[in-house]
Design a binder for this molecule. Structure first.
Ligand code: 3PY
Length: 245
């Protein structure tokens, strides 16, 4: 059985709680679930209660990060237990913006993913190479090494997002073939780590996904959906992507 399609939205640091509420209400008025497509919104933590109260039934939500710690003297951190308490189902970990701007290593990413899983959240583990790595032809080995380190001690309730850094926020999108090359390599690594369960896991592509390119990228055999940045902010674009899948 192939995994169902996950359309995961990454709002990044956009929308106030009031704007999140209005977005969720607008979605509720216009959203028609697409067969086999699971929609989930990754929002700033402060907006999660607004999503919990206003998203239409069947649409999940999650956080863009989670602490690697259980609780205690970690000023500014948000714990997995806090996210679960507001109804979150997912936590993105290891987005390239956190790896770059907050110095998160593979070991930190794995610790966050373990903490998420320990509380029943599904981590969405992000990996992907920068442009110089791709230009040297080392993108597959780089991404798999990053993934192996980021999955240390992680069980099978996990989603992997391949996001080439050169395609994030640049308007440049990987071709569907580029996405499939890495998704297939990721699936092989998941098979080595998890055996047959790997065929059921979602491998997403992320990086400048929009309504007009999502179908070709997600039409590839090893790509089970997308993690979407800019095009996740307008309900019309989200409906366009949902319908295209
Ligand atoms: C993008 O599409 O820019 C993303 O970073 C999605 O996570």
């Amino acid at each position: 059985m192939s995994p169902r399609t996950l359309l995961a939205l990454n709002w990044k640091m956009n929308k106030t709680p009031g704007e999140a509420r209005a977005w969720a209400q607008e979605l509720g008025e216009r959203y028609e679930p697409a067969q086999g497509v699971h929609l989930a919104v990754m929002a700033p933590a402060i907006s999660l209660p607004a999503l919990a109260a206003n998203l239409p039934a069947g649409v999940a939500f999650g956080a863009q990060d989670v602490s690697a710690q259980e609780s205690g003297a970690y000023t500014g951190e948000i714990s997995a237990a806090m996210l679960v308490d507001v109804g979150a189902r997912y936590a993105v970990v290891g987005h390239s913006e956190r790896r770059d701007y907050h110095g998160e290593t593979d070991a930190v990413v794995a610790a966050k993913a373990r903490q998420a899983q320990a509380h029943g959240l599904t981590p969405i583990v992000c990996v992907g190479e920068k442009l110089d790595v791709r230009e040297r032809g080392e993108h597959v080995s780089f991404t798999l090494t990053q993934l192996r380190g980021s999955l240390e001690g992680i069980g099978t309730d996990v989603v992997v997002a391949y996001e080439p850094v050169w395609a994030i926020g640049t308007g440049k999108t990987a071709t569907a073939e580029d996405a499939e090359e890495l998704a297939a390599a990721i699936r092989s690594l998941l098979s080595e780590l998890y055996g047959e369960a790997a065929s059921e896991l979602c491998v997403l592509y992320g990086g400048s996904v929009k309504p007009d390119n999502i179908a070709s990228i997600c039409g590839k055999p090893n790509v089970n959906g997308a993690l979407v940045g800019g095009a996740s902010l307008k309900v019309a674009d989200v409906l366009g992507m949902n319908d295209a899948l």
